[in-house]
Design a protein around this ligand. Structure first.
Ligand code: GLN
Length: 547
């Protein structure tokens, strides 16, 4: 049976609970244990799939097709453990399950209440797969004291009592603000936050204290005393240059040791940290820099493209260069010449997106990259825009567009080079969709296989002709135009195994121009960079040497 580590946060939000959880997961793995990480989110959306990236950052998609919180991306990037549908839950999902059961008559005769019905549902969720791993790390979203988080806190409190003593521990993240005027770190907000936790029956075993300044021994003692934790369980978390330093930094501060001590695991197996030392070395020791433009719509919030930014960093690490990402708003050149906005970059990436805003700019970005021989990686919408660009400007289909938008193509109906996908094969069954479907959870989601053309650039990049990648899209490039596009040099170099859905396109007479219908960024890891990102950054390096 798994031991459970519950991770909560206090004082302020955005303290890096997800990262701390992920880094702890990596450290436990380095000690030889198996782990799984879970996120419990108090919001009422059933999943983040329908939220704007501006609200919630990127939606992370799992192999089994769940649309989840971006923290699951951190978990995967640090532990390499593929997340599942059952690793993410929200109040919305819990309540909708409870209400479904109520309608079905599962609780016949009973009054349905937060305690026990909602809390029981949360506890059932926590137990899934508890016989598969040594440690289950469960992060509660939000901050202690939030009204909507209460059922989750109550559920984990009860859960720790349902389990034998010593099988669950609580780790709480707080902030030690620094008062410049008096030159002091203040511990009072941490004390208050722990009080808040204690008032709902949870006594933290470990406190992780975010601080911009070194925590003096005296303050650490004070925190231990006032917050009722052991002194060596007060762990400092300082700001880092790169998130990938976190496992080594937390290890240095004694986090994994404190966790194992709290569980009474002694002697603790020694950690094997070579992989993280190598990651550290690649972040700090690089030879040169490349400048890559991400031409998108949600450019004001970098979290909207979290996994892409991380995958580019991994691509840099693979090539021992630093990748400088610049965010370019596609809307700026929807109606203007793109050149002044895109000149000087060593490569251009057009990421995924939804809705029409900014798409003409993205089409121009694809054109600019094609004409100027600049490495281009188009992801999902970025691939669809590259195909529309090819159709309009090279294949002579001047009114080419996507059914997702109302392209302005004069009085004539546009040619739907990208159409609304209504039917596809998943495993051994056919999935059907219609335009009137609910928006939530109805896209082509999760892992699907693709077959790559022998001798194509993409087969060379992957080093294989069979791949599996994660998808999240409603629209698809129409094979009706394949011949016309291939005749002008846009090769359909990756297809779904049944040959019906284009997965990859590439320009033959271009140093590196690849568009993919899926999201390769979701599978990249610092210790195992995704081949497309490693290849794309390599192409950027080569391009940078030409100029
Ligand atoms: N909006 C496009 C679609 O649904 C692209 C989706 C994406 O980029 N993830 O097909």
């Amino acid at each position: 049976m798994a031991r459970y580590i519950f991770i909560t946060g206090g004082v302020v939000s955005s303290l890096g609970k997800g990262l701390a959880s992920a880094a702890l997961g990596a450290l436990l793995q380095a000690r030889g244990y198996s782990v799984r990480l879970r996120k419990l989110d108090p919001y009422l959306n059933v999943d983040p799939g329908t939220m704007s990236p501006f609200e919630h950052g990127e939606v992370f998609v799992t192999d089994d097709g769940a649309e989840t919180d971006l923290d699951l991306g951190h978990y995967e990037r640090f532990t390499g453990v593929a997340a599942r549908k059952t690793d993410s839950i929200s109040s919305g999902r819990v309540y909708s399950t409870v209400l479904e059961k109520e309608r079905r008559g599962d609780y016949l005769g009973k009054t349905i209440q937060v305690i026990p019905h909602v809390t029981n549902e949360i506890k059932e969720f926590l137990k899934i797969g508890d016989d598969e791993v040594d440690f289950m790390l469960c992060e509660i979203g939000g901050t202690v004291g939030d009204i909507e988080g209460l059922p989750f806190f109550e559920a984990i409190r009860q859960f720790s009592h349902d389990k034998p003593r010593g099988e669950c521990i609580f780790m709480h993240l707080t902030l030690l603000p620094y008062l410049a005027a008096s030159g002091e770190l203040k511990t009072k907000p941490t004390q208050h936050s722990v009080k808040e936790l204690q008032s709902i029956g949870i006594a933290p075993d470990i406190l992780v204290c975010r601080s911009e300044h070194p925590i003096p021994e005296k303050e650490r003692e004070k925190i231990a005393l006032f917050c009722n934790v052991r002194k060596d369980a007060v762990v400092a978390a300082y700001d880092l240059k790169s998130i990938y330093e976190a496992p080594l930094a937390y290890h240095k501060q004694g986090l994994d040791q404190a966790v194992l001590d709290t569980f009474g695991i002694s002697p603790a197996p020694a950690p094997k940290l070579e992989m993280w030392h190598d990651v550290y070395d690649r972040i700090h020791n690089y030879d040169g820099e490349v400048k890559i433009a991400i031409v998108g719509k949600y450019t004001q919030l970098e979290d909207a493209y979290k996994s892409i930014a991380e995958a580019l960093t991994h691509g840099g690490m693979a090539n021992r260069v630093k990748v400088k990402i610049e965010w370019v708003d596609a809307e700026l050149f929807d109606r203007e010449d793109a050149a002044p906005f895109l000149e000087g970059y060593h490569a251009i990436l057009v990421p995924g997106g939804f809705g029409e805003r900014g798409t003409e700019g993205k089409i121009k970005a694809a054109q600019f990259a094609r004409e100027k021989n600049i490495p281009y990686l188009g992801i999902c919408l970025g691939m669809q825009m590259a195909v529309i660009e090819a159709a309009r400007n090279v294949a002579g289909i001047t009114t080419a567009g996507s059914e997702e938008f109302d392209h302005e193509t004069g009085s004539k109906r546009f040619e739907p080079v990208v159409y609304h996908l209504k039917e596809w094969v998943q495993g051994n069954h056919t999935v059907a969709r219609s335009a009137g479907d609910n928006k939530g959870g109805t896209m082509r989601l999760g892992a699907y296989n693709a077959t790559l053309a022998e001798g194509s650039k993409v087969a060379e990049v992957y080093g294989t002709t069979h791949i599996e990648e994660r998808h999240r899209h409603r629209y698809e490039v129409d094979t009706k135009y394949r011949e016309q596009l291939e005749n002008v040099g846009l090769c359909f170099s990756g297809m779904s195994p049944d040959g019906k859905l284009p997965e990859i396109v590439e320009w033959q007479d271009h140093p590196w121009f690849i568009g993919v219908q899926y999201h390769p960024e979701l599978k990249s890891k610092p210790f195992s960079p995704h081949p497309l990102f490693a290849g794309f950054v390599r192409a950027a390096v080569e391009n940078s040497r030409l100029v």
